[in-house]
Design a protein around this ligand. Sequence first.
Ligand code: NAP
Ligand code: 8YV
Length: 322
Amino acid sequence: MALAEILMLGRAPAIVGEQLSRQFTVHRAGPGEVEALSPDLLSRVRGIASGAHVPVNRALIERMPGLEIVANFGVGYDSVDAAFCGERGICVTNTPDVLTEEVADTAFGLLLMTVRQLSAAERYLRAGRWEAEGPYPLTPATLRGRTLGILGLGRIGLAIARRAEAFGLEVRYHGRTQRTDVDYPYHDTLEGLARACDTLMVVAPGGEATRGIVDRRVLEALGPEGIVVNVGRGTVIDEPALVAALQDGTILSAGLDVFEKEPKVPQALKDMEHVVLLPHVGSASRHTRDRMGQLVVDNLASWFRDGRPLTPVAETPFVAKG
Ligand code: NAP
Ligand code: 8YV
């Protein structure tokens, strides 16, 4: 007998559908298909497994009177209205820890690619220009002597900081609160952090509290040698201000894994050869995505078997199963 009816929204690894189908009655909907779901089906569904690009917003939640849990595929859950879920007693879970080291690897790779123009250098070779024109030009930037400012020294931020230390970088950070378990210098404003460093690593969550906080003033404070890397959320950076700062030399370069309106990326960014652009691949290995998927399944199973989630988010502070 199925534990409950579950709605799977958007994309997730195959193991999620396979494993959920063994324990639950599963319905699926992709982007643009949610509006067409019948009131009868929505009233029966007690859990959502939410993948990328399908928001679990107030409008959807209000159509689901029996909803008990939203298990988000991803540690960032800005596409789920978690505050509203909290008000309604609906549990929200995410996928922390299992992706931390993978995303930190991607972030550091992106930093190196950006500082040393590695994608442009590879394009140069593939186009036959090494043979025809000689060596690729020396890069204006080096990692040597850089100071890395981390916006959001959480799980992933800390894993990036450890890598940065191994590469000989000075690390500083900004967040809403100063950590008591690290010695890295803390800045109580983002502009203060930007002034004290030349390389800004954005790894803070999306949502209204962080919308556009990396703005023109922060980019100016970073300065003409400045490099911005974003693996957090595209919405954290004022994207038009970033484009302008790259075009007029306010900062030197950027490496971006996330964008304001994914999968759309401004043409102005694509036109800049020295900027490195990745299609949101921070956690995108089979190994890590399968572990994230497993945690989605385990959260739903734990909820419907024992009434306890494994990894609830702060807005819905259910007691996690030990
Ligand atoms: P985490 O442990 O919760 O860390 C988030 C950090 O951001 C914390 O240090 C938090 O510190 C800080 N923060 C939160 N709100 C802030 C605000 N309003 N202003 C400044 N700092 C703020 O989360 P995580 O596991 O490291 O993941 C971080 C984010 O990375 C996710 O939310 C997601 O958006 C992104 N991510 C991206 C990918 C990718 O594929 N590119 C993959 C995984 C995750 P305080 O609470 O002290 O402010
Ligand atoms: C995923 C992420 O790409 O965990 C996150 O917050 O951004 C990534 O790991 C995304 O959640 C699902 O595609």
